[in-house]
Design a protein around this ligand. Structure first.
Ligand code: ASP
Length: 322
């Protein structure tokens, strides 16, 4: 009897149905080839990706939630000027930085998003506050800035977000009368997707959008179902690339729908939907994790800044052949 009680108590304290945690991150996709990236930049990007993986992994390894892990990983990438999110966001045509972000919880498909925000140091945390502390899913522009201040999120002035490299890209675009997609052909949006030990998934995506954007343009990143999606029944996605095409295809939701209704693997579903998006003329990629533990990516660009972590270890990659 006593033995049975001890076994019963042990069963109650050990985590029910423990899952192997997984974390996948990206820092953008595009024409990222060995001859266009300096060795210093290559090193800096790898170190930043690894640092973000470590932040999220620490939370997941300790039994924390996928939601906390993806927010932590994305905050690190937002703080790093090498990526087009938070500090280092690209410039609009008018020379400002307008950021978009979204977060989603696979448990109940609760979601929060912001578009065109200009003064919150970490837009991903503002998206989370919209999800948890407002009756809405998406806030935009000045209203979202006001909400951020009211909720006491850390604010930053325009000089914090603006970096000389992003200004150079805007000047180049204007001087050469290029379209957004021609400037360096790189999308530096950041994102994270994770599965925690309780079997729940979450996604986070944050971006400055595309260089030279105008007229309050909003990309796919903050649009639930386009650049960000999380559903415990299927998968969790964060995307980067030519946002207009990702919106038209509903990339993130479409991948999860194929897995849920057609029973496709994470890789098969994401490859199929990236191809569909590419056939329309778009480019970019996604990172994906499934509740069953698949952790993968798919992209049609020469490279994608990306990394994976699990209890088995961490690895980061940049070029298509890695
Ligand atoms: N997908 C983003 C957008 O269109 C850009 C990026 O991935 O860097 O706003």
């Amino acid at each position: 009897m006593r033995l049975l009680l001890i076994i019963g108590a042990l069963m109650m304290t050990s985590p029910a149905a423990a899952h192997d945690w997984k974390l996948v991150i990206h820092g953008g996709a595009g024409v990222i080839e060995r001859n266009v990236l300096s060795p210093e930049k290559d090193k800096a990007i790898r170190a930043a990706l690894d640092h973000a993986l470590q932040s999220g992994s620490k939370i997941l390894a300790a039994g924390g939630s996928s939601l906390d892990a993806v927010e932590a990983a994305v905050r690190e990438l937002e703080n790093d000027p090498n990526f087009n999110a938070g500090r280092g966001a690209v410039f609009t045509y008018e020379g400002t930085n307008e950021m978009d972000a979204a977060i989603m919880d696979g448990r109940d498909r609760n979601a929060g998003a912001v578009a065109g925000v200009t003064s919150t140091k970490n837009p991903i945390s503002l998206a989370r506050t919209v999800m948890e502390d407002s009756p809405h899913v998406m806030l935009s522009g000045e209203g979202a800035n006001i909400f951020s201040r009211e909720k006491g999120l850390e604010q930053a002035g325009p000089e914090y977000f603006a970096t000389p490299e992003r200004k150079r890209q805007l000047d180049e675009l204007k001087a050469n009368k290029l379209s957004w997609f021609d400037v360096d052909m790189k999308y530096g949006t950041v994102g994270a997707v994770a599965l925690d030990v309780s079997g729940h998934v979450a996604a986070a995506t944050s971006t400055g959008g595309v260089t030279g954007k105008r007229w309050g343009r909003v990309g796919d990143s903050p649009i639930i179902g386009a650049g960000t999606y999380a559903d415990d029944r299927a998968c969790v996605i964060s995307a980067t690339g030519s946002g207009e095409y990702f919106i038209r295809v509903g990339v993130a939701h479409e991948i999860c729908a194929r897995m849920r209704m057609k029973g496709e693997s994470a890789k098969a579903a994401s490859d199929a939907v990236i191809k569909e998006m590419a056939d329309l003329g778009g480019s970019g990629g996604v990172i994906i994790v499934s509740p069953g533990g698949e952790a993968d990516w798919s992209f049609n660009t020469p490279g994608m800044y990306r990394g994976k972590a699990s209890a088995a270890g961490r690895n980061v990659a940049i070029y298509g052949d890695e």
